[in-house]
Design a protein around this ligand. Sequence first.
Ligand SMILES: Nc1ncnc2c1ncn2[C@@H]1O[C@H](COP(=O)(O)OP(=O)(O)OP(=O)(O)O)[C@@H](O)[C@H]1O
Length: 946
Amino acid sequence: MLCQTCLTMEDKRPIRQSHVHSVRTSREELVNKIKNSKCLLENLTEHGFFSTEDAEIVMQFSTQSDRVRQILDLVESKGEEVSEYFISVLQRIPEAYFNLKPWLEEIHFEASEKILCLTVKNNDPVTVFSRKLKCELCCDVKYIKSYTEREEMMLQETYVNGIMELISAANENMGRMEDLSTLFDGNGVINEDGETIFVFGDAGMGKTLLIQKLQNMWAKGDHFCDIKFLFRFRCRTFSLFKKSTLITLEDLLFKYNCNPDHDPEEVYRYMLHFPETVLFTFDGFDEIHSDFDLNSIPEVSSPFTPTHPVVLLSQLLSGKLLKGSKKVLTARTANQVPRNIIRKKIMLRGFSTENLHAYTSLFFKEPEIHKRVIDHLKANHNFSSLCSIPLFCWIIFKSYEHFHSNNDFQEFSSSSVTLTDIFLLISEVYMNLSSNVFSLKGASRSQSETFKKGKDTLLSVGRLAYYGMEKSMFVFDHDAVTSVSISENDLKLGFLRTVKEYSELGDHSSFEFFHMTLQSFFTALFLVIDDKTSSAELLKYFSQCTYTVDRELANSPWSCICARRDIKGDPFKNNDHLQFINLFLCGLLSKPKQNLLKDVVHPSILKMKRKALKQKLYQSVKSHLKSLPRSPYLEYNRVHALTHFIWMARCICETQSEKVGKLAAKGICADYIKLSFCGASSSDCGAISFVLNHYHKKFALELDNNNINDYGVKELIPCFNKLTVIRLSVNQITDEGAKVLYEELIKYKVITFLGLYKNLITDFGARFIARIIEECPKLKRVKLGYNRFTEEGGTYIGHAIRKSTSVCDIGMWGNQIGDVGAHAFAEAIMNHPSLTHLSLACNGITTEGGKWIAEALQQNTSLKILWLTENKLTDEAAEHFANMIKVNKTLRHLWLLNNQITNDGAEVLSEALEHNTVMEEICLRGNPLSLGEHRPFEENSRIFCT
Ligand SMILES: Nc1ncnc2c1ncn2[C@@H]1O[C@H](COP(=O)(O)OP(=O)(O)OP(=O)(O)O)[C@@H](O)[C@H]1O
């Protein structure tokens, strides 16, 4: 039956030249282009077309072309079927014979069913290498690199998606990327010529884990199937190469990453030919530290010329090498990468409430403890806001797990937890787990006992951390480790882990801290507990972190690689981890930690260090606040704070000192604090709150474009009694945050400006916003654009505005309130006493809704500007607006851009203007008008059509 089908199909095919003929006439082309004879021999022998002797004869020839000639002789002599199978192999292993594709098309080769039924083994070097890479990555990412050697976790058991946001070239939020599988699609592309997907985020947001997840998805074969090779690099590797190192790209890939088992040349040739099949991941661009002479970078880039590895990195990223390959680069937020190389920008914002719940379920499998943790998170927003940063969440959960197993929840009972607290906790957990310090298995030891017992360990691990910081070193070879007397047992505690990929660099035992923030913590701990550390040493990082614009520029590794070859000193030096050292110093030398440290460091030394730090902090806070730019703004005296202010607030908060808080509050000397685009997270709101809580006057706070989410809103609770302006636009706030705002703002009723543009508030949250509008008698401006309000939400807000006698400016741009919502707004407009500015742009309002609004405006004497841009208003709506214009004598600007008004509607509006001398402009740009017909509306100076 099958044979008959085959025959019938063959009968229908067009008559072709014989396969023997094709092989014979293309002999020279085949000899030149076939670079892999092994695959052919393997398959021809497998199906009995070649005998073992045939294969042996072929292999006797030493050059590739002679082997191919011999194969061709044999194939030809064996006739039609063997020739057909031979050509079929060439077609079915495109990785090995890609340069024969045009030839196969030219001869219109199509194998018969019979030949297609014969298997073809794909063991060409490209496929074998791709399989090897997948296998290596699969094994590797099965586990997150162990934090303690005894504890490795399956990636899928611990990874949950965090918030991934697409960012525009102008650094604006373009919406979320819901799933990693869409990483390379067209959504969110900001530059078609760029090849690098730039993933950035603050410390511990999960950049490294995202890369691991990506590798895992590829290696499992479910996603990114067009990628054959994935090379992952950690940028800190590049710091380990000597100044004089010169290698080729091929070496970098095969020697320092993964080596093909067969024919590396052929694999490399394939990659150069098909760069789009190669993906590079470069993790931690901010961690590069290199001291070779930048001026020696040769401008020419060739895939065969040896050069310094950092140059190879820069040439790969900029597309000078392997143009067309895909690149994923990660870095901390503050690091700048030139726009022209970036294809997409993705910002990691940490865990949302849902992500956090998902992570909790993964982490705590036991229902009872899972519930307990969820309850704890709900009750304590200080914990929740720390947990929105995945690294801190992991540390807190890890500690929670430990103390739970010891039935000791004391550590978690405090309502206020600082970052220093959680790093002390994880240190305690690891020290307790160690047999070195802890001999009474099962019993729990107090924190101070643990630290007292483990002082030597803390000192030696701390010394290593400090030594690394001094040299901008994050990976330590065995000599470095032994030089600070870290014992084998200390190494096993879990603070340090072995670094596998450095073995290729000739060093079999390199180590790094499990996270860079832990290295910062240990550096601070060392500076505090080491008796010999002077005050100058203790405080030196404060001077290195003083804010200057120049420093910010110099901190970009790229500025050095690409353009600024003239920078003196270490251009790669990144000071984020130095900021963390200062923060931990403030925490460790704070009053509440003295009890813990008194047994580890001599009280007189501790006293001296506390005093020195206090003075330095006072000085730094004062001079920082003094240097901030100030300007009058509306009725306020505005201070424009920058990211450095957030670091200052974090440090102050770590001290937990009222006195320092008061000093900072006093030094601000302004009543409008602008903190937009400062990279503030939800837990930073706790720090901001700590400082501003000491502020006695009422003040305005602008936190637009940060990452504060609902937890951040909760952290601001202590400030709401004094806040007259709160601007929280573009901050991932949901209905939960809206509820908190409602509960707080109506308690004090001092708010005049509420900015919530571009958040995630739905109709449910609209009820809370409506109540705020109704119940706060001083509220004038409310910005609610680009939330998720539909008809229902629009109606709540419209009704609330009707009741308010104070609101004057309402922004609803980019919601979907439709005609029903427009009706509620129409009711609000009618006879409203105070509303002067209203935007209902981009809200799906049709002529019906437009009609309501126009009619209501006939009875309004307050509104001056109305935006109805990007709705669905037609000529019929224009007629209603025309009637309104004849009556209304207050409205000055009517924005009707991008609607469906034609020349007729424009004409009616133009005629109506003859009865109105107040209206200054009606904007009709983007409507379907046919211009150039010299219609009167075109001549009307108050109608804008172009
Ligand atoms: N998506 C996630 N799901 C679960 N856990 C996560 C996730 N992201 C991060 N973590 C936890 O946080 C830890 C730190 O994350 P990671 O090292 O990826 O941060 P990072 O952004 O690379 O930090 P840095 O910039 O300091 O290098 C992880 O080892 C893991 O425990």
